[in-house]
Design a protein around this ligand. Structure first.
Ligand SMILES: [Zn+2]
Length: 152
């Protein structure tokens, strides 16, 4: 197997907030990421596809195609957005890096035309990242936030 990775960047704001917790609990658990009006991160996403290089092209997957796919299915939908408020597929989901990785897998996996999706990494900062390998987990949807970042 050969593992081929495409990296992309996006910037977005979010608020980590669980309506089942008190304001004090949210503050204690989510800290800076619980800021009522949201706050921003410069994210990095790495998508890895594994496979055997094609006998004719030598490619596992054409990286131009993977780049277009990542832009179309993920980056265009989240770049310079508020993840809680502006992104349909994240409505009601606490937008941690973990949950972003799971959601991005669901968007990309059906479109991988050659090779097999192996992993999605989401870097929320230089030193913190998560990696998702596609094992079954479900995304939990909580209440929605209104445009003031308050639970409705
Ligand atoms: Zn944050």
């Amino acid at each position: 197997m050969v593992y081929v990775t495409r990296r992309a960047h996006f910037s977005a704001s979010h608020r980590l907030y669980n309506p089942n917790f008190s304001d004090e609990q949210n503050e204690a658990i989510f800290d800076k990421c619980n800021n009522p009006n949201g706050h921003g991160h410069n994210y990095v996403v790495e998508v890895t596809v594994k496979g055997i290089p094609d006998r004719q092209t030598g490619y596992v997957i054409d990286l131009k195609e993977l780049a277009r796919l990542l832009d179309r299915e993920v980056i265009d939908k989240v770049d310079h957005k508020h993840l809680n408020l502006d992104v349909d597929f994240l409505q009601g989901i606490i937008p941690t890096a973990e949950n972003l990785a799971i959601a991005f897998w669901g968007l990309l996996q059906p479109h991988i035309s050659s090779g097999e999706l192996h992993s999605i990494k989401v870097y929320e900062s230089e030193n913190n990242f998560v990696e998702y390998l596609g094992e079954p987990v479900s995304l939990i949807r909580h209440g929605l936030l209104n445009n003031k970042g308050v639970a409705v």
